[in-house]
Design a protein around this ligand. Sequence first.
Ligand code: BDR
Ligand code: CA
Length: 310
Amino acid sequence: MPRKIIIDTDPGQDDAVAILLALASPELEVLALTAVAGNVPLALTQRNARQIVELAGRQTPVHAGCDAPMKRKLVTAEYVHGKTGLDGIPLPEPTLPLHPQHAVDAIIEALRAHPPGTITLCPLGPLTNIATAFRRAPDIIPRVAEIVLMGGAYFEVGNVTPAAEFNIYVDPEAAEIVFKSGVPLVVMPLDVTHKALTSREWVEEMRALGTPVGQAVASWTDFFERFDTAKYGSAGAPLHDPCVIAYLLEPALFTGRHVNVEIETVSELTLGMTVADWWRVTDREPNAMFMGSVDRDGFYRLLTERLGRL
Ligand code: BDR
Ligand code: CA
């Protein structure tokens, strides 16, 4: 039986690769994509999500969710992802209609309709939709099997402020609700994703697939690599969000520690920091499997094999 997942997302080229990886994998049943404001405003993230589903030749429902963080003004990242959020080769206007149900209602309804412990949530953007669903319908919290998310940073420090990673920084109040929810969490922070760097050979392998998916992935990587290689001085760029889906498919690619992670919501200086008790120096209860490393070559092998199926 495939594992049922809901991907909550703000595409984003790396979100797009994560979604394609999930749609290509028979071990996973993607019940829905729920779009949230993040890398770009909601009107674009929901549209991009529909383009990605169509690129994969699927009909997966796409729901639009929250258009702003719970308590703050939206911060976006066009400087990384481009004006559309999915800059690269132009994709056709999507014909797949947006599902009329709000993403938060879709999450609540799915968790109530399926047996407890059978749906895994995969957030790839700010945690606004998930936290809003938990606030509105606390009965769904114990029904979630697991949350596997991309967000946070500890040893690798921040990418949007010196202390914070983008997804957590955009909506720290939402992140706090999720991290305190009691749902088993697996966290893919920058500590992992900055080890999952693209290479020229891999981009060329994607292009050589000779498929619309291969062309799109190569063009997206070319686009965001320019920004990342200049910023970090690295040879490639981190493919953040696909780490979440890769973990579901091959957990042994990742190693980490089960520790306490709290979210900073007060200090202006360190707002959105994921304070991970890596050395277990407090008696705070562990609440998250906080990953620290990835088998980079294994990760890219998996991506190549799966994306080649689409
Ligand atoms: C995260 O922020 C976004 O720009 C990416 O899609 C990823 O989810 C990395 O900090
Ligand atoms: Ca994302």
